[in-house]
Design a protein around this ligand. Structure first.
Ligand code: ZN
Length: 274
């Protein structure tokens, strides 16, 4: 199945560069019909128009569940351990939290900062394509509709305000979930387990890694989550962020900053901070 599914003003469109093709459905309906998306993509012909990044909403605007994996790249664990020692040991259960779906915005939407401790986290996001329960790792990729870029924007002060700390609210402020620019089918990337991932703040490179460094790869995450609860079409898994976050350096986002997120084969997002 090949397609790049995007959300233009609440309508599902196919997106190729700046060209778009109207699908005549809602993005949540479109993603559960991959064969239809594939057929439309294969025969797409002349585009219906051109779109800019700022006109795009989140490709998956209303998932039932949004999971976030914490501490899933070794260099990120090490940098966080230097500022907030956690005493984690190898073999512990993964750190998984919720981003509430109301935080989801598009690939160029403004990020509304609150307080002085908001931070960026560029991440690969896997999108579930079909109802999934108890799959093993060999079956997991078959349950994924596609991949997209996500920013797991985090209010570090709120994230650690309670004892014990709870991540979900600090990662769910309004506009704290930029995603996009499109949901890209797996066959359109070279190797879904090894994609270059990077993040720049105001043109300065802060994060630069590859998804092959994920300590728990995508298939393992899907298998683990599906052993606990059912996964639904459209559910998002933010897979964790590589090293280079602001918190580890004592630098936080400020109004006027521009967050540029890029993943090989998936495109670019550019979110201004306000
Ligand atoms: Zn994260």
């Amino acid at each position: 199945m090949s397609f790049r599914l995007a959300n233009r003003a609440g309508q599902a469109v196919l997106l190729d560069g700046q060209d778009y093709w109207v699908l005549g459905s809602d993005p949540m309906d479109a993603l559960i019909r991959p064969q239809e998306l594939h057929d439309r993509w294969a025969g797409r012909g002349a585009p219906d128009g051109q779109v800019t990044l700022t006109e795009l909403g989140p490709p998956v605007p209303a998932p039932m569940q949004v999971f976030g994996y914490g501490l899933n790249y070794r260099d990120h664990i090490e940098e966080i351990d230097r500022v907030d020692p956690m005493g984690r040991t190898a073999g512990e259960a993964p750190v998984v939290f919720t981003k509430f779906p109301t935080c989801l915005v598009g690939p160029a939407a403004p990020v509304k900062l609150k307080g002085d401790h908001c931070d960026y986290e560029c991440e690969l996001v896997a999108v579930i394509g079909t109802e999934t329960r108890d799959v093993d790792e060999t079956e997991a990729w078959d349950r994924i509709a596609g991949l997209m870029i996500g920013q797991d924007i985090s209010d570090r002060a709120l994230q650690t305000a309670a004892t014990p700390p709870q991540f979900s609210l600090g990662k769910s402020r309004e506009s704290f979930g930029p995603t996009g620019p499109a949901l890209v089918s797996i066959d359109l990337v070279d190797n879904p387990d090894d994609l270059a991932i990077s993040c720049e703040i105001n043109g300065e490179l802060r994060q630069n890694s590859r998804t092959s460094f994920l300590m728990r790869p995508v298939a393992e995450m899907v298998a683990y989550l599906s052993s606990i609860l059912p996964l639904h079409p459209g559910d998002l898994i933010f897979t964790g962020t590589p090293g280079g976050v602001g918190h580890a350096q004592g630098i936080y986002l400020k109004p006027g900053d521009v967050i540029r997120s890029e993943i090989e084969g998936l495109g670019v997002m550019e979110n201004p901070c306000v």
